[in-house]
Design a protein around this ligand. Sequence first.
Ligand SMILES: Nc1ncnc2c1ncn2[C@@H]1O[C@H](COP(=O)(O)OP(=O)(O)O)[C@@H](O)[C@H]1O
Ligand SMILES: [Mg+2]
Length: 256
Amino acid sequence: MKTLVTANQKGGVGKTSTLVHLAFDFFERGLKVAVIDLDAQANASHTLQAFKSGLTASELFASTPPDYTQATANSKGMILIESDTGLANMDKMTLQEAGRNFQAAIKGLDEQGYDVCLIDTAPSLGVTMAVALLASDYVLSPIELEAYSIQGIKRMVTTITNIRRANPKLKFLGMVPSKVDARNPRHGRHLKELNQAYPQLMVPTGIGLRSSIADALASCVPVWKIKKTAARKATQELRALAAHVFEKMEISNDNR
Ligand SMILES: Nc1ncnc2c1ncn2[C@@H]1O[C@H](COP(=O)(O)OP(=O)(O)O)[C@@H](O)[C@H]1O
Ligand SMILES: [Mg+2]
């Protein structure tokens, strides 16, 4: 099982949108997908509610890992481990204890035969985000091309660099420019600056500012299920991103 986390300490930059579209795309490829929503705002849990498993994210921090057998047996190939109010208490745990428990819980998922585990995080550098980064193989950081978002990137890159000392297997797949407005000269300028500052860290497939994506998330479907011509471009972009990430993750699928 390969594990990927979407992380950026800034909110509203497309983390959840990216994560749920990866989940839908990988599921359609026939992969066995587990999605963990570590954000108390529960946005991914809303969009993926059809895949509810009865398991909650805070259970992954208990000293005994959850029993997944029932959830896996009832699943359609994708399970959602949903956000719950208990998540608020996880930031009071020590990083060591939370990290140990969460890694044991991830190992349990692996033993259930999932091909990929996708983790959505809250926009803060708290215990839950650190624990997710410590347990993951890959991290992807959606970013907005606005000044505040760009100012936060250095901190995110530093955080990932620090975590890699404790988790050397963590690979930074890069930053995904999201909500890009092609007609906004500021966005164009920022994108150019970022490509110069972080040539290795910019994901080549960005996502435009497209209202069909917000429609899809609210309607609990991927954007390719939205029957509007305006959704076509968004579909192309998100499919291209998913194909890029799929390839980089080198997911092996024994269940196809
Ligand atoms: N490419 C996009 N174009 C337009 N709106 C978007 C796009 N991606 C996300 N949104 C909307 O922007 C808001 C924030 O996106 P979200 O993915 O929830 O960000 P985050 O998880 O980083 O907080 C949501 O209301 C979502 O519907
Ligand atoms: Mg989110």
